[in-house]
Design a protein around this ligand. Structure first.
Ligand code: SF4
Ligand code: SF4
Length: 235
């Protein structure tokens, strides 16, 4: 693996954050996926925009950029979810990488597309990294299998979104070793989780198409869109 300078995305300045955002701005699917999943959330909000379900995390450089230009975000206080209050005390270093801070937005009614965090843009995906340190494509956050409509409709994810995702993370990984390492760890976690589930890991392959990965030996099988699993109410 090539040596990379040990900097973090927190070293990015406001222009670099904006450039990253502009290059990673396309909707994930042609349809508004928020309309698809919000129907199934008692709060009526898309799951990824409901702080009771998902806590947005920002690089400090994103927060520094956004706090100057929008009122959309504030530092997470711990009392934003009425039904299942998080507590700031319960946020440990295990919950968030030390380079990131929890924020809360004004909610989907007030969303400003241009001011969404990287974590909003990437949801429900993360860059999947093999044990040989290869960034292979997009895997999803398995905790949201029953909730996120996109996870049950991977065939609907546009090529444009996928290309932007890959370009954004290729850029970040070329600059920041720690960032790459943290996703290598998360990828190890998904392998462990899917070994337990006795299932293959669905992947949007970076070179096109879909794959299923055997989590034990990491063999990769090409998959047809119809072989990709669906979950819960989206079956
Ligand atoms: S990404 Fe998933 S959880 Fe978020 S709005 Fe779309 S379908 Fe809902
Ligand atoms: S900024 Fe927009 S996309 Fe991000 S969590 Fe808030 S409502 Fe959702």
């Amino acid at each position: 693996m090539p040596n990379r300078i040990l900097r973090s995305p927190n070293d990015l300045n406001a222009d670099e954050i904006r450039a990253l955002y502009m290059g990673f701005n396309s909707p994930i699917t042609v349809q508004d996926c928020g309309e698809k999943c919000a129907l199934h959330n008692p709060s009526g909000k898309p799951f990824c925009c409901d702080i009771c379900e998902a806590l947005p995390a920002a690089y400090k450089s994103e927060w520094d950029t956004l706090r100057e230009t929008t009122k959309l975000w504030h530092l997470y206080q711990g009392d934003e979810c009425d039904s299942q209050p998080h507590s700031q005390d319960s946020l440990s270093n295990d919950d968030l990488p030390s380079s990131m801070i929890p924020l809360a937005c004004l909610g989907p009614e007030a969303c400003e597309r241009e001011n969404r965090l990287l974590s909003c843009r990437q949801f429900p995906f993360f860059p999947y990294v093999t044990s040989n340190y290869e960034f292979l494509g997009l895997a999803y956050d398995w905790a949201f299998e029953e909730k996120c409509w996109v996870i049950s409709n991977l065939g609907q994810v546009t090529e444009q979104y996928k290309e932007e995702f890959i370009r954004a993370y290729d850029k970040l990984f070329a600059l920041f070793q720690d960032e790459f390492d943290s996703y290598a760890i998360k990828s190890e976690e998904i392998r462990e989780a899917f070994i337990e589930k006795k299932r293959e890991i669905p992947l949007l392959y970076r070179d096109g198409g879909y794959s299923l990965i055997n989590p034990e030996n990491e063999h990769i099988y090409s998959a047809d869109e119809n072989q990709l699993p669906r979950f819960g109410v989206y079956r």
